[in-house]
Design a protein around this ligand. Structure first.
Ligand SMILES: Cc1cc2nc3c(=O)[nH]c(=O)nc-3n(C[C@H](O)[C@H](O)[C@H](O)COP(=O)(O)OP(=O)(O)OC[C@H]3O[C@@H](n4cnc5c(N)ncnc54)[C@H](O)[C@@H]3O)c2cc1C
Length: 414
C-alpha cells in the first residue's frame, strides 16, 4: 500500500495541493470539518490578481493608514474589542513596511506572481475545467482627478517590473465599459490578468476531480501534529490519523497547527465582506476595482459581486452589518444602473502574515511536514503556483523558485 499524505484544510490552497499531489501519483487524504471551499475561498472576488506584485506591507500603506482608519466608509477597521489582540501583528506589519523590506517583498512576490497565471491555467486544464478561467484583464478606476498623477506613476513602476499595465483616459474607459458611471476620470488597465467564473465553483471543480480520483475526505478538525518514530500522527477532535507526510493548509486557522510542530506563525485574519447580486449581469466582462473606494466589482457567471474591506476582528467577533450598506452604496456609485436583485451577504477570513508573504515550505527539522498558508489577499491567484511548489517539495525535488523568503521558520519557533 502506498504511503499517504494528509492535506489539512479544503480551501482553495488545500484543494489545489491535493489535486497536484494526486496528479503526481501520490495517495492523498483531505481533512476539514466543513465541506470543501467554505472558508475564505468561498466568497472572494474571483480576481486573478497577477498584477499585484507589491506586498500590502509598504511605506505607502503606512502613510495612508490613518486616513483609512478615519474614513467613514471604513475601508480599514480595527474592531475595538480586538485592538490589543491585533496590536502585536500591527506592529510587526509596520516594521515590514520599511522601504528596504518592502523592496525585497516586491522581488519575492514577483517571483510567485510571474508563474501564477501559467500554473493556475495548467491546473484548471489538468482537472478538466479550463473554462472556469477567463483572461479578460481588469481595471483599477480613478474617480478623483487629483489621484491621476499617482496612478500614472504606478503604471510606470509596474511596467518597470514587467507587469503589463496601461493608463486609459476617461473616454477610453467608457468605451471599454460603458455601464460605468461617467464621472470616472481614468483607469489603469491590466490586460493580462483575469477572473474565474465563480470562486466556489472552482473549489467544487477541484473537489469533484478529487472524488473522481478516489481521494478520501475526512470531516474532522485537526488539533495537533505529532512526529513519532512510526511516522506522523494528526490528532483531530474526532479521531487520530496516521500519515507519511502532512501539508498544513488551514488558512486563517493554521497557526495552532504550525505551533504544534514548533513553528511560530504570527497569523492574523484580515476579514473582508461581499455583497452578491444573484442573477444580475451588469454587462461587465472584467473585474473593476476602485482606487479610492478600495472595493472590486466582479462579473461572475450568474451574479455581480462587490467585495471589500479589511477588518481586524479575529475569528470570533460577529460581522459588522454596516459594511453591507457601504458596499451597496459603492456599487451604486460605480454601476449606477445596477438593479436591486436578491442579495446575499458574506464575510470571510483572509489569512495574513505581517510581511504579507505566504508561508510555503518544509519544516526545518522534518521534511515530511509541509506548510502552505498565509496567502492574504491573493490565495486564489497563488493557488496554482503554491500547489506546484508543494508538489516539488513533496517529491524532494529542487523548486524552480527560491523558497527561502517564504520559509515557515522565518518568524521563529515556539
Ligand atoms: C472579501 C475577500 C476578497 C478576496 N478576493 C480575492 C481575489 O479576488 N483574488 C485572490 O486571489 N484572493 C482573494 N481573496 C483571498 C483569498 O480568498 C484567500 O487568500 C484564500 O481563499 C485562502 O485560501 P485558504 O485555502 O488558505 O483558506 P480557506 O479558504 O479559508 O480554507 C481553509 C480551510 O481550512 C479548514 N480548517 C480550518 N481549521 C481546520 C482544522 N483545524 N482542521 C482541518 N481543517 C481546518 C477550514 O474549514 C477551511 O475549509 C479574498 C478574500 C476575501 C475575504
Amino acid at each position: 500500500m502506498k504511503k499517504e499524505t494528509v492535506v489539512i484544510g479544503a480551501g482553495i490552497i488545500g484543494l489545489a495541493c491535493a489535486a497536484r499531489l494526486t496528479l503526481s501519483g501520490f495517495r492523498v487524504r483531505l481533512i476539514d470539518p466543513n465541506s470543501p471551499g467554505q472558508g475564505a475561498s468561498f466568497g472572494n472576488a474571483g480576481h486573478i490578481a497577477t498584477e499585484q506584485i507589491e506586498p500590502l506591507a509598504s511605506p505607502d500603506t503606512l502613510k495612508k493608514l490613518w486616513s483609512y482608519l478615519r474614513d467613514p466608509d471604513k475601508p480599514l477597521r480595527i474592531r475595538r474589542p480586538y485592538f490589543f489582540q491585533a496590536l502585536p501583528w500591527l506592529l510587526r506589519f509596520a516594521w515590514a513596511c520599511r522601504p528596504e523590506r518592502y523592496a525585497s517583498g516586491v522581488e519575492q512576490l514577483k517571483l510567485l506572481q510571474s508563474a501564477a497565471w501559467i500554473e493556475l491555467e495548467r491546473l484548471f486544464k489538468l482537472i478538466g475545467s479550463p473554462c472556469l478561467l477567463h483572461q479578460n484583464g481588469n481595471l483599477l478606476l480613478i474617480e478623483n482627478a487629483k489621484n491621476q498623477p499617482h496612478a500614472i506613476q504606478h503604471v510606470n513602476f509596474l511596467n518597470k517590473h514587467h507587469v503589463d499595465a496601461q493608463w486609459l483616459c476617461h473616454r477610453m474607459v467608457l468605451k471599454l465599459t460603458p455601464m460605468l458611471n461617467s464621472h470616472i476620470t481614468g483607469a489603469i488597465h491590466f490586460p493580462k490578468t483575469g477572473h474565474v467564473s465563480d470562486p466556489y465553483t472552482v473549489c467544487q471543480a477541484l473537489h469533484q476531480f478529487l472524488l473522481d480520483k478516489n481521494v478520501g475526505m475526512v470531516r474532522a478538525t485537526a488539533q495537533a501534529i505529532r512526529a513519532t518514530s512510526e511516522g506522523l500522527y494528526i490528532d483531530c477532535r474526532e479521531t487520530r490519523i496516521k500519515a507519511h507526510k502532512v501539508v498544513i493548509c488551514a488558512g486563517a486557522w493554521s497557526a495552532k497547527l504550525a505551533a504544534s510542530t514548533g513553528i511560530y506563525a504570527p497569523l492574523e485574519t484580515e476579514r473582508g465582506y461581499h455583497l452578491n447580486l444573484n442573477g444580475y449581469q451588469s454587462g461587465l466582462h472584467l473585474p473593476v476595482a476602485s482606487y479610492e473606494r478600495k472595493v472590486i466589482i466582479s462579473p461572475l457567471h450568474n451574479a455581480t459581486r462587490i467585495t471589500g474591506g479589511v477588518e481586524f476582528g479575529g475569528l470570533e467577533l460577529p460581522e459588522d452589518q454596516s459594511k453591507y450598506g457601504i458596499l451597496s452604496k459603492h456599487l451604486k456609485c460605480i454601476l449606477p444602473d445596477c438593479d436591486h436583485h436578491t442579495q446575499t451577504r458574506w464575510m470571510g477570513f483572509r489569512p495574513s502574515l505581517p510581511d504579507h508573504l505566504p508561508i510555503i515550505g518544509q519544516h526545518p527539522a522534518n521534511p515530511n511536514i509541509l506548510f502552505a498558508f498565509g496567502h492574504q489577499h491573493l490565495g486564489l491567484t497563488l493557488s496554482g503556483i503554491t500547489a506546484t511548489l508543494i508538489d516539488y517539495l513533496h517529491k524532494g525535488a529542487l523548486t524552480p523558485i527560491n523558497l527561502y523568503p517564504f520559509r515557515p521558520e522565518r518568524f521563529g519557533t515556539v
